[in-house]
Ligand binder design. Structure first.
Ligand code: GLP
Length: 259
């Protein structure tokens, strides 16, 4: 089962996950990070910024989960721009080593396969950060996504477009299509770290961690992975049936065991 860590607040979540990422970056000559966008991973990037200041990160590679289709990569809300602004620049990563799926319409037919090849060529993702959408999506794998899916184009649900409209001038500007790593792609990463904060995510988190496996709740795919850490605040944990057991487990965690 996933290890569920219930933390006091976002900063505690950021510190816990950033510590693990630093361990990875320091222990491997060629670490590959799986980067996520959205507001959820921000505390992790913030904590990483402090921890990596002044360190050599020229060997760190990274792959983003997803991108909008047909949005100019220079648009401030393209995930290419977001990853550059919130991760690559503040952490001092080498932009040439950080990839984002290519959402250009002209080449979209082969963009998914190209991205899969690039991930395989890098030796796979070591640690994949994940947020969760209110529809239960990870990446942009909306309900109905196959557990075996690879990087491909998806149509966004109206719910997800509304959720993401806050980043755009109007709902009309939110693209209708995206290219996203599939659930099968995500499951190949060696360690999955899913974060969620706030009451609005509680139902999706409970479904993902404790519900039945179902493509109707794509994040439930994490139950198929042997190494998953779910980091949530009290509000996002509020619908977890085994919350007390998760607290007990974490409080009694052997000192030698990382997340
Ligand atoms: C978008 C992203 C997801 C992210 C989700 C939740 O749909 N494609 O990767 O997990 O939003 O966003 P937030 O973290 O802002 O709640």
């Amino acid at each position: 089962m996933a290890e569920v860590v219930i933390v006091e607040n976002k900063d505690a979540a950021g510190a816990l996950v950033a510590d693990e990422m630093v361990r990875l970056i320091e222990s491997k000559p060629d670490p590959v990070l799986g980067l996520a966008t959205g507001s959820t991973p921000t505390p992790v990037y913030q904590a990483l910024r402090e921890r990596l200041a002044g360190r050599d990160v020229s060997h760190v590679r990274g792959f983003a989960l997803d991108e909008y289709v047909g949005l100019d990569p220079a648009h401030p809300e393209s995930y290419r721009s977001v990853i550059t602004r919130e991760v690559v620049e503040p952490l001092g990563l080498d932009p040439a080593l950080i990839q984002v799926p290519n959402g250009a319409e002209e080449t979209i037919e082969r963009a998914g396969d190209d991205y899969e090849q690039a991930i395989l060529g890098a030796g796979g993702v070591d640690l994949q950060l994940l947020g969760i959408g209110t529809t239960g999506h990870i990446g942009f794998n909306e309900p109905g996504s196959s557990f075996a899916s690879t990087t491909r184009v998806k149509t966004l649900t109206e719910q997800t477009r509304r959720d993401n409209a806050r980043f755009f001038a109007s709902l009309d500007e939110v693209p209708r299509h995206c290219i996203t790593q599939g659930l099968g792609t995500i499951l190949r990463a060696r360690h999955l770290v899913l974060l969620a904060f706030g009451e609005g995510k509680a139902q999706a988190v409970a479904g993902a961690v404790e519900g039945p496996l179902s493509s109707m709740l794509p994040a439930s795919a994490i139950q198929l992975h042997p190494h998953v850490t779910v980091v949530v605040d009290e509000a996002a944990a509020s619908r977890l049936e085994l919350a007390d057991y998760y607290r007990y487990t974490f409080a009694n965690k052997p000192a030698w065991q990382g997340i």
